[in-house]
Design a protein around this ligand. Structure first.
Ligand SMILES: *Cc1c(COP(=O)(O)O)cnc(C)c1O
Length: 287
């Protein structure tokens, strides 16, 4: 990562828990590199949510979330959340990478964002992006997100418990070649999950690999309880076969290069009973 940085680098952007490969970022290692070069870090914390992961406590500058996922919890509205850490202004001030924050903005009557006593990153995102592009939530969607946030804490516990139970079932099943879930001791991300996620809960996203594209298609179609759609973070469990949907334009080699083998199935574990989710998966695997 450090070797790729040059004078034009503006930001290091990464996901705390990645979708669809389900890896856990070493946040402190990445933010240390960024800080050595005075570069902003932006963490997409959509899948972990602030309930499980708090990137500011590990040196990150800005977090973003797709509110369309766990925040609403029912896929009811499209929206996003952007939060900057306290004191970010000192990283932007007199930093040649960020003249659009520390020099007068001609399109805003010469406003210098770092001199306003307001959170400069958020202020600029609102004044220029919201003004120029019109990305403003409707009051009704805002209300839906507030309803969702009231139960986010409880839901994240249940999503995580269900996903771990399903991952353990899948790992023991002979038709499953590999399970990707950072809550499993066998997973390469287990150590990072223990370090960065509250109570080592790992959210509701997991993926697993079966022998072939045909096998995966058969399993996806044989499930009854899982919705076959491409959303994540819903109260309903969701099953996705990336090779035939979100990544269908790629050939076999390209699929492997981007970590999506053709037999890979992704699950977003909902809030149904774990016993039902396991029973339905079992009948689909053995159908
Ligand atoms: C879905 C998703 C997004 C995009 O969010 P939208 O609300 O669909 O625009 C960004 N990051 C992650 C990790 C996501 O899962």
């Amino acid at each position: 990562l450090e070797a790729l940085i040059d004078a034009k680098t503006k930001v290091i952007f990464f996901e705390s828990l990645t979708n669809p490969s389900i890896d856990v970022a070493d946040i402190e290692a990445i933010t240390a590199i960024a800080n050595r070069h005075g570069i902003l870090t932006v963490v997409d914390n959509t899948v972990a949510t602030p309930i499980l992961c708090r990137p500011f406590e590990h040196g990150a500058d800005i977090t973003v979330h797709s509110a369309s996922k766990y925040t609403t919890g029912q896929g009811l509205a499209i929206g996003g959340i952007l939060v900057e850490r306290e004191g970010l202004v000192s990283k932007l001030r007199a930093n040649p990478r960020y003249e659009h924050f520390n020099k007068p903005d001609a399109s805003y009557h010469g406003l210098v964002y770092v001199d306003t006593n307001l959170p400069p990153y958020t202020l600029r995102a609102r004044l220029s992006l919201a003004r120029d592009l019109g990305a403003v939530l409707s009051p009704f969607n805002s209300w839906l997100f507030i309803q969702g946030m009231e139960t986010l804490f409880l839901r994240m516990q249940e999503h995580s418990k269900n996903a771990l139970a399903l991952a353990e079932f899948l790992e023991a099943h002979p038709k499953v070649k590999k399970v990707n879930y950072p809550g499993l001791k066998s997973n390469a991300n287990y150590k990072n999950a223990q370090k960065y996620f509250k109570d080592a809960l790992c959210s509701g996203l997991l993926s697993f690999e079966v022998a072939s594209l045909e096998e995966a298609t058969k399993i996806v179609n044989a499930t009854k309880l899982y919705s076959l759609v491409v959303n994540i973070g819903d109260s309903k469990s969701i099953i996705t076969h990336p090779a035939s949907t979100t990544h269908q334009q790629l050939n076999e080699q390209e699929l492997i290069a981007c970590g999506v083998p053709s037999g890979l199935i992704r699950i977003s574990c909902g809030l149904e009973s774990a016993a039902d989710l396991i029973a339905d998966m079992k009948q689909a695997l053995e159908a």
